[in-house]
Ligand binder design. Structure first.
Ligand code: ASP
Length: 338
C-alpha cells in the first residue's frame, strides 16, 4: 500500500511569491507549485495531503501559538498518516523543530522540517530536493522523531541550528551526528535515531511563559541583566563565552544573586555552538555556579528556549523541577544519558 504523508505548509521562502514588498507566502499558489515538481507526479511518490496554517508567515513571526497549531494539525491526523513534513521558513525553523520535539510527547512517527533558501517559483530552487527527500524520509518508517532535512543533511530537529543566510547548506548539527547518509540512496544511521516511544502520543499545548535570551559580550552590563530579571521573566538563557564564562570584573555576581533570590532561572548556553558548557571549569564561570545557574551542557540556544517553554508549561509553579529537568535528556537534545 502507498505510504501517506501530510505536508503542513506554515509559510517561509519555499512557497513564497514576489510581491511589491518583497517575497511573501501565498496560500493559493502553493499546492500548484508542489504539483509542478516532477518527482511529485511519479507513481512511487507517496500519497500526500497539503494542510496550510490559518495564517502563513515569514518564520520571523512564529510564536508558541503557531507551534501549538502545528501540533494540533499533527495530533488530529496522527493515525491517518505514516509521517509528516512541515514546510517552514529557515529563520526560526530550529526553534520550531525543537519545540515540536518536546510538545509531541510519545511521538513514534517522523516529523520532518524543511524549507528552502530559494523559492520553488524561482530557478535553481533548493526547495525541490528538500521537499522530495523530506517526504521520502517521512514515509520511510525509519524515523520516529522530529528531524530537519536541509541541503542534503538529515539532522535531529532539536540539535539543528541555522548557520548561513545564503548557503544552500543552511543548517548544522554541531553536537550530534547526522541521522542518515543521503547520497544516491538514503542510508539511515540507526544507532543515532531515537528508539520507539515508550509512552502514548499526546500534544502539550504551551502556555504563555515569559523568558529572555541574553548574549554576553565584552562590557555586558549588570544593569542589563537586572532590568531583564526585574521585568518578571521566569528564565533567562544566557549565551556565555566558550565553556560558559562571563566577565568577572563587571559586578555581574550581585546581579546573578538578585536573579537567584527572585527565582529567575538562568540557563547557560555557549556562543560557540560546538562543545559543552561546564560551569566551574574556569573561575570566570564560578559566579554562575554560586548563583545556582543551570548548565545548558551542549544544548543549542534554540533547544534551551523551547525546553523552557515546555517545562514551565508542565510545571508552572515548580522551578526546582524545571531546573532539574533542564539538565536531563528528554528528547535527545543534550548529550547526557536518558
Ligand atoms: N525569512 C524567511 C523565513 O524564515 C527565510 C526563509 O524561509 O528561508 O520565513
Amino acid at each position: 500500500m502507498k505510504k501517506k504523508v501530510c505536508i503542513i505548509y506554515t509559510g517561509g521562502t519555499i512557497g513564497m511569491m514576489p510581491t511589491e514588498d518583497g517575497y511573501a507566502p501565498n496560500p493559493s499558489a502553493f499546492p500548484d507549485m508542489l504539483e509542478k515538481i516532477h518527482d511529485v507526479s511519479l507513481p512511487t511518490f507517496p500519497e500526500y495531503e497539503v494542510v496550510c496554517l490559518s495564517r502563513l508567515l515569514d518564520s520571523s513571526d512564529i510564536r508558541a501559538e503557531q507551534w501549538c497549531e502545528i501540533g494540533r494539525v499533527i495530533r488530529d491526523r496522527y493515525d491517518s498518516y505514516d509521517g509528516f513534513v512541515v514546510l517552514h521558513g529557515t529563520d526560526t525553523m530550529a526553534y520550531t523543530a525543537s519545540a515540536m520535539s518536546f510538545i509531541l510527547e510519545g511521538l513514534d512517527k517522523a516529523v520532518v522540517f524543511t524549507g528552502s533558501q530559494i523559492p520553488l517559483c524561482r530557478m535553481r530552487s533548493d526547495g525541490i530536493d528538500n521537499l522530495v527527500t523530506s517526504v521520502l524520509v517521512a514515509a520511510s518508517g525509519e524515523v520516529r522523531e522530529v528531524c530537519l532535512y536541509f541541503g542534503g543533511q538529515l539532522m535531529r530537529g532539536n540539535r539543528a541550528t541555522k548557520v548561513s543566510a545564503d548557503d544552500l547548506e543552511a543548517f548544522a548539527s554541531p553536537n550530534y551526528p547526522r541521522l542518515a547518509e543521503i547520497g544516491t540512496s538514503i542510508v539511515y544511521r540507526r544507532k543515532f535515531l531515537r528508539p520507539r516511544a515508550a509512552e502514548p502520543f499526546s500534544l502539550v499545548e504551551l502556555s504563555r511563559v515569559p523568558i529572555a535570551v541574553l548574549k554576553v559580550f565584552p562590557g555586558f552590563s549588570p544593569d542589563l541583566l537586572l532590568s531583564v530579571v526585574r521585568s518578571g521573566v521566569r528564565a533567562i538563557v544566557l549565551e556565555a563565552f566558550g565553556a560558559g564564562n562571563i566577565p568577572t570584573g563587571e559586578l555581574l555576581a550581585p546581579a546573578l544573586e538578585v536573579a537567584r533570590e527572585s527565582g529567575t532561572l538562568i540557563v547557560v548556553t555557549s556562543q560557540c555552538g560546538k562543545g559543552m558548557v561546564s560551569i566551574g571549569t574556569y573561575a570566570a564561570s564560578s559566579a554562575l555556579g554560586r548563583a545556582g545557574a543551570v548548565s545548558g551542557l551542549d544544548m543549542t540556544t534554540e533547544a534551551a528556549v523551547a525546553k523552557l517553554y515546555y517545562l514551565f508549561t508542565k510545571y508552572p509553579s515548580d522551578t526546582d523541577t524545571v531546573r532539574r529537568l533542564m539538565e536531563c535528556n528528554l528528547r535527545g537534545e543534550v548529550s547526557v544519558d536518558e
